[in-house]
Design a protein around this ligand. Structure first.
Ligand SMILES: [Zn+2]
Length: 274
């Protein structure tokens, strides 16, 4: 057994007994870990403050590689998750990033995933309320890419030809990207116009403060893509929660075609022309 200290973010926790909690954290050095924090519910012990969901800091734990659940030693808080917990919309958006990591990341550490997750949570915490969804789309797609599932927007995933500026493509979830109009005839994925492709490309590429024109369609696309690729068809509770909090009528059962982002593209090119 060894003692390890690593940067960590608390993603979820639940009571285990009268006195203990089980914590699920994503760490820089150990990837996703579960720790048993004995006696923590008696309150107040040193190094045990600041353990709100989404808090970031340095976790010290006793590690025995053969065990599923490690043993908590202490947590030194760097950035409290309390701000995210105070506002339900920010909390719901942060829960989406957390769930993506919880369902997908394993014990293999990924500095890139750690950086995206922690930066994403901080940005959601600092965003104005009407920017929260746009920040989540930006951070959500970058996190999906960091997990290894960047969607291919151009060229066409089927024939390999470049999409033209005016092309209305369709999203092919199985192939992980967009089909050109010629290859989109027999598939049921959501339509995606040129403006929406450009928007999505910008959201995936890096941090941006680009506003999104169709939050419902964007959330639906991120949901459908991640259910297909990242969660292996398991329903993601956090999307349902966020959709209800943000009053967006997103179908979180969906396997079929969604409304699509076709008209987001139309709106965008309309704005560019004016
Ligand atoms: Zn094609």
């Amino acid at each position: 057994m060894s003692v390890v200290t690593t940067p960590a973010v608390l993603l979820r926790s639940f009571n285990y007994s009268e006195t203990s909690r089980v914590l699920r954290l994503y760490t820089l050095d150990l990837g996703l870990v579960g720790v048993m924090a004995k006696g923590i519910r008696k309150g107040g012990g040193q190094g045990r403050n600041g353990l709100e969901t989404f808090s970031q800091g340095d976790l010290t734990l006793y590690v025995r590689p053969t065990r599923d659940l490690q043993t908590f030693k202490e947590f030194s808080l760097r950035e409290s998750g309390r701000g995210l917990g105070r506002d339900v919309l920010r909390f719901a958006a942060a829960s989406v990033l957390a769930e993506l990591v919880l369902v997908h990341a394993g014990s293999e550490p990924s500095p890139l995933v750690f950086q995206r997750l922690t930066t994403g949570l901080s940005r959601i915490g600092q965003a104005e309320r009407d920017e929260v969804l746009a920040v989540l789309m930006n951070e959500g797609w970058m996190l999906v890419a960091a997990l290894g599932y960047q969607p291919q927007l151009d060229p066409c995933v089927e024939c390999g030809n470049a999409l033209l500026d005016s092309d209305l493509g369709r999203f092919d979830f199985a192939a992980g990207g967009v089909r050109c109009p010629n290859c989109a005839v027999d598939i049921a994925g959501p339509l995606i116009g040129p403006g929406a492709r450009a928007q999505l490309g910008a959201l995936i590429e890096g941090p941006t403060d680009l506003p999104i024109t169709k939050p419902k369609a964007h959330l639906q696309l991120l949901h459908d893509f991640t259910v297909y690729h990242v969660s292996e068809s398991k329903a993601l509770q956090s999307f349902r929660f966020l959709a209800s909090v943000a009053r967006l009528d997103v179908d979180t059962e969906a396997e079929g075609p969604a409304e699509g982002l076709a008209s987001a593209g139309t709106e965008k090119s309309g704005q560019e022309e004016s």
